[in-house]
Write a protein that binds this ligand. Structure first.
Ligand code: CA
Ligand code: CA
Length: 283
């Protein structure tokens, strides 16, 4: 029911959420109740964790624990940029405290990046205080709304790259126009939406999409990260198709204290390098 309410709140006719949500959100933004969790990103070739996506959770006793609710409330209470800012701060600090290996994949919306109030110096200051350098951070551009000004976004991402950050395009295949964003921004990574990875082991059409996306990635110098890998069969198939990187419950869950190495079973399966099962033909 709650999920229905949240989805309805995104409709153009949505009414404002109940006032307590805005009051709860304001309290969360003012206090220490946001928590970062980290999900491993794995290199298939050597079964190694090469980084972690930072994700956020609200207070555990609150309806705003789930990020879906939290961001829906922020959108409706017009606090989206304030919430993103708080998440960024918490995630950077916690990543440094945990001394996790590899890169931090940090979610930032194009709207936040282009907002006049967004101060890159502030983020860099938090990073410096935590002992992190831009080379350790991959900015995951997460489209929740259509991007208005591509030229401006291209300029902004170029600016961040000059500072040493890398850029990832999040949720490829799910957003508004992210093929164009891929072409315009030439990200270092594209994160393939879970729609294309889940069930791929028995789906010839999804396998063909992945081959084609791999070919574009190869031509544009990007690395593909398959998201949402939840089964051994899908992992084996993606590995067999030559994908290099992946993320998902089968490889590691998002946790406050995430795994620092892969399960032995997963490591052995990656080394076995089996091809996709015979798939149903593309109708
Ligand atoms: Ca993301
Ligand atoms: Ca994603």
């Amino acid at each position: 029911m709650l999920a229905d309410l949240i989805l309805a709140s995104y409709a153009p006719t949505a009414v404002r959420p109940p006032a307590p949500w805005c009051a709860d959100l304001a309290a969360i933004l003012a206090g220490p109740d946001l928590h970062a969790v980290f999900q491993p990103i794995v290199d298939f070739a050597d079964a190694r964790i090469v980084g972690y996506e930072g994700l956020i959770r609200g207070p555990s006793d609150s309806a705003l624990h789930s990020p879906l609710n939290l961001f829906a409330a922020a959108e409706q209470c017009q606090q989206l940029l304030a919430l993103e800012r708080a998440c960024r701060q918490v995630t950077l600090r916690r990543f440094a405290e945990l001394r996790l290996q590899g890169a931090l994949f940090l979610n930032i919306s194009p709207q936040a990046l282009l907002d006049p109030a967004f101060r890159p110096g502030e983020t860099l200051g938090w990073m410096r205080a935590a002992g992190l350098s831009p080379e350790q951070v991959v900015i995951e551009l997460t489209e929740t709304r259509p991007v208005g000004d591509y030229a401006l976004l291209r300029e902004a991402t170029a600016h961040y790259r000059d500072m040493g950050f890398r850029i990832a395009l999040d949720d490829l295949g799910e957003g508004f126009s992210n093929l164009r964003l891929w072409s315009e921004l030439r990200p270092d990574y594209v994160k393939l939406d879970k729609y294309f990875t889940q069930g791929i082991a028995s789906d010839a059409a999804k396998q063909q999409f992945v081959r084609s996306i791999q070919a574009i990635a190869h031509a544009t110098g990007a690395q593909v990260i398959a998201e949402g890998i939840e089964t051994a069969d899908d992992l084996a198939c993606l590995n067999g198709l030559g994908l290099g990187l992946g993320q998902g419950y089968h490889l590691g869950r998002p946790l406050a204290q995430p795994a620092r190495a892969l399960d032995e079973g997963v490591t052995a399966a990656l080394a076995a390098f089996s091809p996709c099962h015979a798939a149903h033909p593309w109708p």
